[in-house]
Design a protein around this ligand. Sequence first.
Ligand code: FRU
Length: 466
Amino acid sequence: MPAIDHRPIFHLTAPSGWINDPNGVCHHGGRYHVYYQHNPGANRWGDIHWGHASSADLVHWRDEPLALAPSPGDDQGGCFSGSFARVDGMPTMFYTGYTPQRQVQCVATSQDMIRWTKHPQRTLAEPPPGVEAHDFRDPYVFAHEGWWYMVLGAGQEHRRAQCLIYRSPDGVHWEDRGVLFAAPHARHGVMWECPNLFPLGDRWVLTVSLWQGPGALAWVGRFEGERFLPDHEMVLDGDSGAFAHLAMRAPDGRTLQWAWMNEQRDQGLIDLDGWAGALSVPRELSLDARGRLLQAPAAEVALLRGDAADVAATGLDQGVLHRFQGRHLDIEAVFEAPERGRQGLNLCAAPDGSEFTRVVYQPEMRRLSIERARSSLTREVSHQNLHAHLALDPAEALELRVLLDGSVLEVFANRRVCLSTRVYPQSAASRLGEVFSEGPARAQCAVWRMRPMWAGKRAAALSGPA
Ligand code: FRU
């Protein structure tokens, strides 16, 4: 057994085995549904099914039966990523059927969101000229101005990443409408996966994940004449390996997005734990007055807060300002207008200082980082630091919202930046938290112990010390 349990309790994981991309996220029949890429038989990628969890309130979740499984034919090698649409009122999943020879876009429908019927006669099989058969996947389908659109991840001759767009009058027959958007730069990769195009405020947002990573990109822009015109670009989750972001519209109009939080540890450690991969919490997306993308945990995440964790103020205005403890926490920390010196949080710290993870803002560099050099005593995990640019306005406070959940760490700063990753401290004693500042500072901090998101058996299995 590993020394410490890294399994999250309020981030979605599979009951066992492997999980990657969120798929087909939607609200239907009074429930939120999150499907996901899943290998039920092993802790590694392969034999890809669709797993499924659902919730009436985004707070309490239950596992549902497997939704899609590979079967002889187009998806015999795996049911790859895809999306949900209500076509003629019928819940419909568009997903990629995988075989080593080719990738084709498949369709399944359901009356109850649980049992899915495949429709092989509706398969979209042929990539357009110049697109290789293994670079043609992850359909995202949506309705707009009287048409159905399907956006696909692709690469042009496996040299330049691009999103393809198809159009349909009925959600059944599709017409190739060319390239929605091609990689502006070589650094954007040779092939994009999991494209997602959706309206937000008075703009549109396009997110894509870079084949072979490390991460995902978003552009805020416009969708005009079946083309996407970007205004500005951002790296999602600080290039951490968070991947395959997928958004949906909630019944109250909010845009909620999930992402896959990939493992950052060797297979040996994964096998000791017996599970792999998690999803982010649902994130609410919006735009600020300047058209910048804002990201924050959906309000419902705070409903999983349990007791307030004791936050002990040290009385100092420099060095360690507050102390708390825990491994499954929701933390709010506000630093008044930081001007100089590093400030932030130490998390998962051992009393002897041998392990700690640091969330740090450096005002002079306008940089937010997650430092993992000392996050784990073992070398079998990533120790790479992650960075994001964060320029505060004059007199603007640094507002951190940090979700720590076993090995999952999501950091939201002033809602403008989200950095997320995985950390794997090895010592059970590595559960101290500190608010620190190298220069004189005033900081407020509130910390809650989190409760499990699962109802029933899973909740019992997961509840341990916060
Ligand atoms: C992204 C991805 C998708 C594909 C799926 C297979 O992580 O590679 O492009 O559909 O995973 O599991």
